[in-house]
Design a protein. Structure first.
Length: 143
């Protein structure tokens, strides 16, 4: 059971991501998407600060290596850019089209994992990735 606990967290992530799109689409009406992203970020900082305090998970900043800092900063910048682009797309387009295109990240993660992390997905995994890509195209293309 513990070996598959990642699956429960991944499903929770998908559910919360879906809720994010719907709540954001409703909250973006009459608000600049970049400012809305800022508000969202403040809420995340407050919620995570409360969680870290409650769970006693704060760590000394000095415990992070230079490599940790570099890649966490790069990840933060990529996340910020992704959120800005996602909120702008949600403000301009239909959530039912924007969200599937955003999920092209699944395909890109697989490709980047091969290139940068040396991962070697098997044939079944590549088939699934190709099906995700095809599904994104089917969902995103407006008739």
């Amino acid at each position: 059971m513990a070996a598959q606990s990642w699956l429960y967290w991944a499903l929770a992530s998908a559910i919360f991501a879906a809720m994010t799109a719907i709540f954001a689409k409703l909250g973006l009406q009459g608000v600049d998407s970049d400012f809305a992203t800022f508000i969202r970020t403040l809420v995340i900082i407050a919620a995570l600060s409360a969680f870290l305090t409650y769970a006693k998970k704060w760590q000394p900043l000095g415990s992070l290596s230079a490599k940790n800092w570099l890649f966490l900063i790069l990840s933060g910048l990529a996340t910020g850019a992704s959120w800005l682009a996602y909120f702008k797309a949600l403000q301009m387009g239909d959530a039912s089209q924007v969200a599937p295109i955003d999920k092209l990240s699944v395909v890109l993660v697989a490709v980047f994992a091969v290139v940068f992390l040396g991962e070697r997905p098997n044939g079944q995994t590549w088939l699934g990735i190709a099906l995700v890509a095809a599904g994104v195209l089917v969902l995103a293309v407006k008739r």
